[in-house]
Design a protein around this ligand. Structure first.
Ligand code: ADQ
Length: 489
């Protein structure tokens, strides 16, 4: 909120992402209520303070009429946001279809949906066409608001065509593209029917960024194997034009979390939670309810732990907060029922008349409630099957400076590269291994907890979202200066 209302300073930056950081709800023909929405990118960019930034993106609402579009544009302008209007059919084909049904699972190693394996299937082709069209609509809006010298920072797998369309409009535009998900091994990427077109479209950017060195390496090797373009130490070079490729691990606005813990309303929450769970160790999972987050695997590991450790039955509780997303997609509905079914079974098996081992909430928590939960947690469980980075693990560490809780972290989350030395790393597919990590975490001596926490706390507080954004933008500026110097030579 603070960031969105900050007065304009310094270099102009157009941040283009599928979703604006606000959700709009229509209250009347020309009246809107705007609410900040949760999510990884939003959390990260809340820490971005050094640029005169404007956001361009979809407001998450269908506005077919001109009056509505005008009034929403006006309301959003106060938050430095510029809306992109997409009709329902495009949203269905582009967002639910190509983005979330094809690219999201593929980039997380879940493969392509069976019925879309062939490039010739009609649904694949129409979804890909809608994806390109949606990217073109985004490009039109960027171009309307572009001023010479602006930096245009495109985000995520929704907008892989954007660098291409933008450079076609104006080859001098400074364009960066950052991927928030993993970029998979070239062996996975090459199964995608539109593999070459997508790579070439991204390569139009001046700078291409990923969370980890591994994802960057996968991208370069996909370019080599699929397009036949050689990688260089700086990135990918095609016919004398260099696209710089590098790793920019994201962080959080750690100060915001550290400050929040001191706030009276958070302290009040903490007191209530401590009373509520007195005598029990608290384990916590906070995820969007998505198949990549490994929620069923986490709960099954907890069940195995309870099975093997009767001593802990009335001494530990798992709080799983799962905010529903993409609720209109059948796979996500199936996942919700599956999680409910497992939780019900375990609570029936190990619960008593007065206590249950798992509290599962299908909803989002407000910032202060979330901070209080992080602060009272003894063991956080992040068991993503794949995850670009995972900011929940960072947020937990930031809120733990008095308790020094333990982080159990999937080795398949990007965060494992940065918090690996302080966390207990696990293979989330191995239920036995996760169950034994739970046992290790619950009985870890205070000295070891302190040492591990200190390592992670130092990392989280010195690698912030703000630094991430500054690093990306300054690297983009440098890349362009170097390219100009090369041309002059
Ligand atoms: P996400 O998949 O959304 O982000 P993550 O990085 O964990 O995953 O960020 C989730 C954010 O949503 C956190 O800030 C968290 O506090 C918030 N959140 C989650 N569940 C919540 C709940 N129940 N209530 C309230 N808030 C909740 C994508 C990629 C990640 C990558 C980020 C940033 O999938 O891998 O780390 O972008 O690049």
């Amino acid at each position: 909120q603070q960031y969105l209302e900050r007065p304009a300073i310094k270099q102009r930056l157009l941040v283009v992402a599928n979703r604006l950081p606000v959700s709009a709800v229509r209250r009347g023909e020309d009246s809107w209520s705007l609410e900040i929405s949760a999510g990884g990118l939003v959390s990260a960019l809340l820490g971005l303070k050094e640029f005169e930034a404007r956001w361009i993106g979809w407001a998450g609402v269908n506005v077919p009429d001109e009056v509505g579009q005008k009034s929403l544009t006006k309301a959003l302008a106060e938050k430095r946001c510029i809306p992109v209007f997409l009709d329902e059919e495009i949203v269905h084909q582009y967002y639910n279809g190509y983005c979330n049904n094809i690219l999201w699972p593929l980039f997380h190693y879940l493969g392509l949906p069976q019925e879309d394996r062939l490039a010739t299937t009609r649904s694949f082709q129409s979804q890909f066409a809608a994806y390109k069209k949606a990217n073109q609509i985004f490009a039109d809006v960027v171009y309307q608001h572009y001023e010479e010298g602006d930096i245009v920072w495109c985000h995520d797998y929704h907008l892989m065509f954007l660098p291409k369309w933008l450079k076609e409009y104006n080859s001098k535009m400074k364009v960066g593209w950052f991927l928030h998900t993993p970029f998979p091994s070239s062996e996975i990427h090459r199964t995608l029917p539109s593999r070459s077109e997508l790579l070439r479209a991204v390569l139009a950017a001046d700078l291409v960024g990923f969370h980890t060195y591994d994802y960057a390496r996968h991208f370069v090797s996909a370019c080599t194997r699929i397009l036949g373009i050689e990688g260089t130490p700086e990135g990918v070079e095609d016919q004398g034009r260099l696209t710089r490729v590098a790793a920019f691990p994201i962080g959080i606005d750690s100060e915001r979390f550290i400050r929040a813990i001191e706030a009276p309303q958070v302290q009040e929450h903490i007191k209530e939670l401590k009373e509520r769970f007195a005598g029990r160790k608290v384990m916590l999972g906070v995820d969007r309810l998505d198949m990549i987050k490994g929620i069923p695997q986490k709960i099954l590991a907890f069940e195995k732990f309870l099975e093997e450790n009767p001593y802990w039955h009335d001494k530990v509780v798992l709080l799983q907060i799962a905010v529903p997303t993409r609720t209109d997609v059948p796979e996500y509905q199936k996942l919700t029922s599956q999680v409910h079914e497992i939780v019900g079974r375990i609570n029936g098996r190990f619960g008593t008349l007065t206590a249950v081992p798992i509290h599962h909430l299908d909803r989002s928590l407000d910032f202060h409630a979330l901070c209080a939960l992080y602060a009272v947690t003894d063991v956080a469980l992040v068991t993503s099957l794949r995850d670009g980075m995972n900011l929940v693990s960072y947020e937990f560490v930031a809120c733990q400076d008095s308790r020094k809780g333990v982080l159990i972290l999937s080795e398949f989350a990007g965060a494992a590269q940065s918090l690996g030395a302080g966390a207990i790393l696990v293979n989330p597919w191995n239920v036995t291994e996760v169950a034994s990590a739970i046992g290790q975490a619950l009985s870890m001596p205070a000295e070891e907890r302190e040492k591990r926490h200190q390592h992670n706390f130092e990392h989280v507080t010195t690698h912030t979202a703000q630094q991430w954004a500054e690093f990306f933008v300054s690297e983009l500026n440098d890349t362009i200066i170097e390219a100009q110097q090369r041309i002059r030579k």
